[in-house]
Design a protein around this ligand. Structure first.
Ligand code: PMV
Length: 366
């Protein structure tokens, strides 16, 4: 068990000069899905994801010594320049959970300014990018107020651990390329408590893989991911699913090394359909895909049969489709999307993204 509890991390308030830290962190798309959790945000099975490039959250954390010491954390969160009460409350709860790790947080007055690169109402979850950006800011804050962590890998591990406590899948966004979260016998150093990078063993074909996100519906989901994870506890297929996901994460890692785009696609699509089958077999059952999700899936299958090109889809816990394909066929696929798929998307919208290099620390701007 990793134990980051550190009651000694407290400040002498009169010595704290105000400052700010800024990180941009991307979202990620799971290739093998995490679905089901236990304990303190621990996964029931390992998962592996690509880190994206364009879909990202830009977060600035400003701090100064708190005038009046209090019990809880003093924080305000501004989304796109406006104070957001809901996010402020969630962030306060998250930071208070971290007090055993960072007791100094209640000696500070914190202001968080955050914005997403993708449209606010696009139906794209911002929890992975948002929580990883905030976790990175916190570990940088620790380094600024105390001392630098010994290794870059220690920095990333701690940021991934903290991001996980905010939103499970966020722990994988700390690394560029691809990342695994969950203990796998065959992957040394892997853990249920934080993600590890696997980008070094990524075949070149996957290093700039495309992910075009088709926005089938921008409406809020009827069942949250948190509730969905909870329903896995009573799902009759849960045990078999967790074993399958473990095998598939293992296999996906060798596929990512070998560059086998066909096998990659088979696992990818089966994972998407399995995730939604788990929702449909929960009690109570629920359906997050929309009729247009199925229409587009059929069109993708037909396109593959007609052209032989390796274009495959995956789904998150929602109706929107992620289309994954190698850079070499980008021109053909974009034409197909424009001419045949956009009609089925809300406001004819899609976001063109690809595998990215991971989070970036930025200069603070006023
Ligand atoms: O991290 P959460 O609690 O939002 O759950 C994410 C679950 C999926 O996106 C469906 C799969 C995954 O591994 O990212």
């Amino acid at each position: 068990m990793t134990d980051y509890k550190n009651p000694g991390l407290t400040l002498i308030s009169s010595e704290v000069s105000p400052g700010a830290i800024r990180w941009r962190s991307p979202s990620n798309i799971a290739l093998v899905k995490y679905w089901g959790k236990h304990g303190v945000q621990l996964p029931r099975n390992p998962s592996v994801s690509f880190t994206l490039d364009g879909a990202a959250t830009d977060t600035t954390l400003s701090y100064k010594a708190r005038e009046l010491a209090g019990e809880g954390v003093e924080v305000e969160l501004y989304l796109d320049g406006e104070l957001n009460k809901g996010f402020t409350e969630r962030t306060k709860l998250f930071l208070e959970k971290l007090l055993p790790v960072y007791p100094f947080l209640k000696q500070l007055s914190l202001k968080i300014k955050t914005s997403n690169s993708f449209p606010h109402s696009a139906g794209i979850a911002s929890s992975a990018s948002g929580m990883s950006a905030l976790a990175l800011c916190l570990v940088s804050l620790e380094e600024e107020l105390f001392e630098p962590l010994k290794e870059r890998s220690e920095f990333n591990k701690k940021a991934s651990y903290l991001a996980r406590l905010g939103s499970g899948s966020a722990c994988r966004s700390v690394y560029g390329g691809a990342a695994v979260w969950g203990a796998l016998t065959a992957l040394e150093g892997s853990s249920d408590e934080f993600a590890v990078p696997v980008s070094e063993s990524l075949h070149t074909v996957f290093q700039d893989y495309h992910d075009d996100i088709l926005l089938i519906s921008k409406s809020e989901k009827s069942v949250s991911s948190r509730a969905g994870h909870g329903l896995m506890e009573g799902n009759p297929y849960a045990t078999a699913r967790y074993a399958q996901a473990t095998r598939r994460t293992d296999e996906m890692l060798s596929v990512l090394r070998q560059g086998n785009v066909e096998r990659f696609g088979e696992i990818l699509e089966s994972e998407a359909l399995t995730l939604h089958a788990l929702m449909m077999s929960s009690h109570p059952p629920y359906i997050l895909i929309r009729p247009n999700t199925l229409t587009v899936i059929e069109k993708i299958h037909q396109y593959r049969a007609d052209t032989g090109l390796p274009l495959y889809f995956t789904l998150d816990a929602g109706p929107n489709l992620h289309l994954l394909y190698p850079h070499s066929i980008a021109a053909e696929v974009k034409k197909f999307i424009r001419e045949q798929l956009l009609y089925f998307c809300e406001d004819k919208m899609y976001l063109a993204d690809r595998v990215g290099k991971g989070p970036e620390r930025l200069e603070v701007s006023e």
